[in-house]
Design a protein around this ligand. Structure first.
Ligand SMILES: O=P(O)(O)OC[C@H]1O[C@H](O[C@H]2O[C@H](CO)[C@@H](O)[C@H](O)[C@H]2O)[C@H](O)[C@@H](O)[C@@H]1O
Length: 834
């Protein structure tokens, strides 16, 4: 369809008798015929707008808009509703009418942003702060970009809130999918999630996401990161962008990703936020249609005549500072200088689409001067080595240029979404006849692309260049042009296969598929919101998982007479991040109070060594200790350590230790802990991102070398631990329970509490064991994890403070008694202890 035809589709909106601002009812009455609805939210609606002299507005679809093309990837029974701005000042009095027309005729809902606010939000924060930063430009001196301006950020937030208000007006939050696009709306997921806890929400970033040390210079870095984390799925063009984002989450928020069956996810307060990596594709149908137009063929014929016997190398770029057009010209100059055979033969056609930013003028001057210089140096009356086209080129014309060009070159210094190489490849495939002006009729193409653009990883047959290296680029041009035809065909075939199967419809299907999978269980989960402002997030838990009620457990405690209490240590009795892990006086006192009650059997079940536990709990005479994940057990201080494990083969340590040494040497801040039965690699003091990265590597490495050895690899909080097979906190929990049952003393109260992965074994085995012992099946069982996270436990407490508070409740009568005794001995006061 030609641009002219598009314009003829304009839909009139007579605004002469407009009502005031729009009302809510307009949306609620919109009929829903199909099963599914996807709300696509982006800064701009996929519309073109015109206003005539009488003040009437006209609208038509913008067929170039990616948002419009996305429809093809959604199933037929999916309704699409668009939300976005129209970058025009539509009078207040006209808005209601415009809104109605757009909704009825285009399924579009406009967000009206007043021009002053739009200037600050769009030109200010989006274009002059986020955009340069995401393209690696720091405002080190004021001439190189604008410094952070909080009023612009506030405008950004205001507009994001306006978008959330519009989403709120139209959404059926239980059924609709919402897909937010690009860097203009990175705070939006927070504002939507705040209102609809279970909304099914995806986000895709079309720009690069910069390396963490660049991103971290943004004063509102955490707000934006947390904004994105309120989505269910976050999409990036390349692995690099995703990796940078994950690195920011790890460094700034301490959130580490996990992978499962090829999918990447971040646990964010019980929700899994998926990470999707897939570059946007092109709309094959539209391009094929354009190739078939007679106007396109006419333009192709015209170009072939114009450039008869020439070799064309084509550049198509927006005229913005990151496109590296000047670098490309320098490479062209060098090529002509070094290879006289190209003079008179090679033409670079550079299409530079005008854009509206201020910086354009400066680069425009440089580009023009460079073109003049090359043409003066190497051109003649009849031959211009560089043809610079500085005006908007229609889709038809661009398609024709692609078709006749022997090579396409993109030398952007940083670019996210760049579809030029894909379009070029498809056009060169064409209808199969009359390709190129230099004689080649077979399907072939050559691509030179910058390493720094989003589509680079997907085009494995392209000549990838560092655009800053002029020798490299000019060498690549020479290589592309002199490559044997068979190689050009093979490279072309490879690209065509990829581009034609990874089109925009594929991208949409793939993203929506992941979004649907990732949000399947939303309706079954219990959610509530916590945190103020940008710290707002949802805590989502499985229906059966709940906070341990102090009242409930204390009443069970009081009512029962034979209790088994299993307590993990690190992360349960002391916070993971405390420097001094020695038990506090409060902990010692609480444990002693619990042990003083003859109805209680209390055990610390820890991964720590028996020496450490022995020293730390020296004041707790009646406390049971289980060390090294249950390998060693001691019922009370005056008894011997025992082990139910008959393990003597520790030869694996000799293989494991040198590997741990290697990782320690290469990971600053990490260390090895050698326990009697286990070896532990600690990375709590290493760079968090690097540490967890190395830990993942180490696990894989160790699992490989231990395949036939009687040892297992386990991860814990900032540790990778290798321990003998069969040793687990689950086994010790089961043994303690069994011993009580056997002694005719089955517990009627069972509390098992811990924070880490090793404690999950306890939760699991307790649940199974209780079912297996009819004598214990009547017990009140409380498996409780510390911190809200996916767990096999049924209950959770927030942190160690809540754990100690609970133990304090249990031991109230005994503490009062102890306090009384201490007071009498003049040792401690209760307030000091608690
Ligand atoms: O079962 P737990 O009581 O939770 O013990 C598990 C591990 O605790 C220790 O590691 C923890 O403390 C370290 C030092 O403060 C810290 O670097 C690490 O991140 C924590 O996980 C102990 O050193 C390990 O052997 C235990 O397995």
């Amino acid at each position: 369809m030609s641009e002219a035809r598009v314009l003829s589709n304009f839909s009139e909106c007579d605004t002469s008798t407009m009502d005031s601002d729009r009302g809510h009812s307009m949306f609620s009455s919109s009929p829903r015929l199909s099963q599914d609805r996807t709300i696509i939210v982006a800064n701009r609606l996929p519309l073109q707008t015109k206003k005539d002299d009488s003040g009437s507005w006209y609208f038509s679809w913008d067929v170039n808009s990616l948002l419009l093309q996305m429809k093809d990837g959604l199933s037929e029974n999916t309704d699409v509703l668009y939300i976005g701005c129209i970058n025009e000042d539509i009078d207040m009095s006209q808005r209601k009418r415009v809104t109605r027309t757009l909704l009825e005729k285009f399924n579009c809902v406009p967000v009206f942003v007043a021009s002053d606010l739009r200037r600050k939000y769009l030109d200010g924060f989006c274009k002059h702060q986020l955009w340069p930063l995401f393209h690696y430009m720091l405002p080190i001196i004021p001439d190189y970009g604008e410094r952070f301006d909080r009023s612009l950020w506030q405008a950004y937030v205001t507009v994001n809130v306006m978008f959330a208000n519009t989403v709120t007006e139209v959404i059926n939050s239980e059924e609709d999918y919402v897909w937010v696009h690009d860097y203009h709306l990175m705070a939006l997921p927070t504002f939507i999630r705040r209102r609809f806890f279970k909304v099914k929400l995806g986000f895709f970033l079309h720009t690069p996401f910069p390396a963490s040390d660049i991103y971290m210079t943004l004063p509102v870095r955490e707000e934006i990161l947390r904004g994105l984390l309120n989505a269910d799925l976050i999409g990036f063009q390349t692995f690099d962008y995703a990796r940078h984002f994950l690195s920011c989450c790890s460094r700034m928020l301490g959130i580490h990703f996990k992978t499962q069956r090829g999918y990447i996810g971040l646990d964010y307060f019980g929700r899994t936020v998926g990470i999707k990596i897939l570059p946007v594709g092109i709309h094959m149908g539209r391009l094929m249609d354009t190739l078939g137009y007679s106007e396109t063929q006419a333009k192709i014929d015209e170009l072939k005549t114009q450039y008869k016997d020439k070799v064309i190398i084509l550049g198509v770029d927006d005229l913005d500072i990151f496109q590296g057009i000047s670098l490309k010209l320098l490479a062209m100059e060098q090529l002509l200088k070094e290879n006289s055979k190209w003079r008179g033969k090679l033409v670079m056609v550079q299409i530079a689409n005008p854009t509206s930013t201020q910086e354009v003028i400066e680069i425009q001057d440089e580009i023009r001067a460079s073109v003049m210089h090359i043409n003066a140096e190497f051109g003649t009356e009849e031959y211009k080595p560089v043809v610079l086209i500085e005006q908007q080129v229609s889709h038809i014309e661009r398609t024709a240029y692609y078709t006749v060009s022997d090579c396409c070159i993109v030398t952007a210094v940083r670019d996210g979404l760049n579809l030029i190489p894909y379009e070029y490849t498809v056009c060169r495939h064409g209808s199969g006849s009359g390709l190129g002006v230099s004689g080649a009729d077979s399907k072939q193409s050559t691509l030179i692309i910058s390493e720094f653009i989003g589509c680079s990883p997907s085009l494995s047959g392209a000549i990838r260049v560092n655009p800053w290296n002029i020798d490299d680029v000019s060498g690549a041009m020479h290589m592309a042009l002199t490559m044997p035809d068979t190689e050009k065909e093979m490279r072309h075939e490879k690209h065509y296969k990829y581009v034609s199967t990874h089109d925009i419809a594929h991208w949409v299907r793939s993203f929506m598929g992941d979004l649907k999978n990732g949000t399947k269980s939303h309706s079954e989960r219990r959610c509530w919101g916590i945190g103020l402002g940008f710290r707002f997030r949802i805590v989502a838990l499985d229906a059966g998982f709940r906070k341990l009620s102090l009242e409930h457990i204390t009443s069970a405690y009081r009512r029962t007479k034979n209790r088994l209490i299993l307590l993990d240590y690190d992360g349960t009795m002391v916070p993971c991040n405390s420097i001094d892990k020695t038990p506090t006086l409060e902990v010692i006192s609480l444990l002693n109070a619990l042990c003083a009650d003859s109805s209680n059997l209390v055990f610390i079940v820890s991964g720590r060594s028996r020496d450490v536990l022995h020293d730390w709990f020296a004041p707790c005479k009646r406390l049971g200790l289980s060390a090294e994940h249950g390998f060693f057990n001691r019922w009370q201080q005056d008894q011997e350590w025992t082990s139910s494990m008959c393990i003597s083969d520790f030869d694996w340590k000799e293989v494991v230790y040198p590997v741990l040494q290697c990782y320690t040497e290469s990971t600053d801040g990490s260390s090895i802990e050698a326990k009697e039965t286990a070896l532990v690699w600690h990375y709590q003091d290493a760079d968090p991102d690097f540490g967890s990265w190395q830990a993942r590597e180490l696990r894989v490495h160790l699992e490989r070398i231990l395949a036939n050895k009687p040892a297992v690899v386990k991860s814990g909080h900032c540790i990778v631990e290798v321990k003998p097979q069969g040793v687990s906190k689950g086994t010790v929990a089961e043994e303690l329970l069994l011993s009580q049952v056997k002694a005719g003393n089955p517990p009627d109260f069972l509390l098992c509490i811990g924070d880490d992965r090793s404690d999950e074994d306890m939760f699991e085995s307790i649940a199974t064991a209780v079912k297996g012992f009819p004598e214990a099946s009547l017990a009140d069982v409380f498996a409780c994890t510390v911190g809200q996270k996916p767990s096999k436990a049924k209950y959770y407490l927030e942190d160690t403070v809540e754990v100690l508070k609970m133990l304090h409740e249990f031991s109230m009568p005994s503490l009062l008694q102890e306090d009384h005794e201490w007071r009498n001995h003049g040792v401690f006061s209760c307030s000091k202890l608690c």
